[in-house]
Design a protein around this ligand. Structure first.
Ligand code: GDP
Ligand code: GDP
Length: 437
């Protein structure tokens, strides 16, 4: 299911990131807590009234040392490509600049809905500063103050009015959606070509909705799959496509729309920081995850090489301990045929439902073996266990006091649940709720 996307564009220092942070609020991120991984605050989910959507801060996508006008043009292009609604922010105190006019022209030509926010209108006396912005020709300026949180409600009201009607056709069928993500050059497009090469006869492209993403549908052994388009698979030769932040953005968009995410690594180059970031996003999104080590043909190996590489992957991606690893070559197609059954299995686990009585038996047996922890003499008591969601499987423990469920005991229970039910390739979430809630 694809959420609508709003993108924020505007010159440097007009207040884009201030506004972005206001709109997305304090979303805690697992990725942020992982050592060595800083969150790119350029893309996040958000909510307004009953609308859930995603927000892109195009200002966070650094586009090299290009002159301001070129950068602005590229930001505008990104927002036109990626968003359903564009929020154009200008600085009320500075008035209209040449760069503003440039952006306005591009946005106007795109025929995308644009909402114009005049920022830094911190008090009513400044209200009159907004009128000159009518001359940009892209509609009614809305007075806002990102710093003080003023006017953002009006801005978001205008934004959600432009969202397309929710598409439902992506939900609730038995199609498995998957994506290949990874830094540039790991072999994502080669893998897709090798995967699709054999299935050419039954491939069909599904045109994207408002974005020009191309998803590819095919049937393998009676199962319908859709490969979600990612950066690198639709090279259009735009400068920003090679920037890291843009590929992160594309990866995040693909992850969100997938059931199963294949994190592609390059056997030749090993694991670098950027791989960890990408893998972290896949984990955090709660999707099924498979780790593909590609270019296995290209390295010298003996009978230990695979085990060693596997250990390296495990050490680097501790949080992905549930993800199966496969070693393939897009070039020679070695072991590529094992990918479909694996994706299908992971997708099945990702939406697996365990019967309540069976789940209770397993958890109670585990508790009998390893008693629940105590804190200040108070012991955790688990009354009842039930699975409350799939994708990913989410298990609720009804307990006397949720605070008593410590990390280590949660992990112990997760391990026991995994020992019994497998859940290979999918994260599982265990939440503690107060009895009677
Ligand atoms: P960006 O470069 O467009 O992302 O802009 P920032 O969000 O980093 O903001 C640039 C500067 O403008 C910062 O010093 C902010 O504190 C300031 N700023 C942002 N919003 C407002 C506002 O509503 N009023 C005032 N007075 N300053 C603001
Ligand atoms: P992407 O940027 O992740 O889509 O990577 P590409 O698919 O464009 O591949 C990058 C480079 O790696 C190209 O030169 C490919 O020919 C090469 N490559 C991709 N897969 C393999 C592989 O399995 N083995 C070898 N030896 N080279 C590969």
């Amino acid at each position: 299911m694809s959420k609508p996307v709003m993108a924020i564009v505007g010159r440097p220092n007009v207040g884009k990131s201030t506004i972005f942070n206001r709109i997305v609020g304090d979303r805690v991120s697992i990725v942020e807590d992982m050592p060595g991984v800083t969150r790119d605050r350029i893309y996040s989910s958000a909510e307004w009234l009953n609308h859930e959507f995603n927000v892109i801060d195009t200002g966070g996508i650094e586009i090299g040392d290009e002159p301001l006008l070129v950068q602005m043009r590229q930001q505008a292009e990104i927002s036109i490509d990626e968003a359903d609604v564009i929020v154009f922010i200008v600085d009320g105190r500075e008035g209209i600049t040449a760069a503003d006019e440039e952006v306005a022209k591009l946005l106007f030509r795109s025929n995308k809905p644009v909402v114009l926010g005049v920022n830094k209108i911190d008090n009513p006396e400044r209200q009159e500063l907004i009128y000159e912005f009518y001359s940009l020709g892209i509609g009614e300026p809305i007075a806002i103050s990102g710093a003080h949180g003023l006017g953002l409600g009006d801005l978001l009201d205008a934004v959600v009015r432009h969202f397309p009607d929710r598409k439902t056709d992506e939900e609730d069928d038995d199609t498995i959606r998957f994506s290949l993500i990874g830094r540039p050059n790991v072999g994502k497009s080669s893998l897709v070509n090798s995967i699709l090469g054999k299935e050419r006869v039954i491939v069909s492209n599904i045109a994207g909705t408002t974005r020009d993403a191309i998803d590819t549908e095919f049937i393998k052994d009676g199962q319908k799959f859709v490969i979600i388009d990612t950066a690198g698979m639709r090279k259009k030769g735009k400068v920003y496509e090679s920037t890291e932040k843009y590929s992160v953005l594309r990866a995040l968009r693909a992850i969100e729309r997938s059931d199963v995410v294949c994190v592609v690594l390059n056997a030749e180059e090993g694991i670098i920081e950027q791989d960890k970031k990408v893998a972290g996003y896949a984990h955090e999104a709660g999707k099924g995850v498979i780790i593909i080590v590609n270019k296995w043909d290209a390295i010298e190996k003996d009978d230990k090489t695979m085990k060693e590489f596997e250990q390296k992957v495990r050490d680097h991606f501790l949080y992905l301990n549930y993800a199966p690893i496969i070693f393939v070559s897009a070039k020679t197609k070695q072991r590529l045929h094992t990918l479909y059954p694996l994706i299908a299995q992971v997708a099945e686990n990702h939406s697996l439902r365990i019967q309540t009585n069976v789940l209770n038996d397993v958890v109670m047996d585990a508790v009998a073996m390893n008693p629940t922890p105590t804190d200040n003499g108070k012991r955790l008591k688990i009354n009842y266990v039930t699975q409350v969601a799939i994708k990913p499987p989410t298990i609720a423990l009804f307990v006397n006091d949720p605070e008593l469920l410590h990390f280590s005991y949660r992990r112990f229970l997760e391990n026991k649940i995994r020992e019994t039910f497998g859940f290979i390739g999918t994260p599982i979430r265990i939440v503690a709720r107060k009895k009677n809630e």
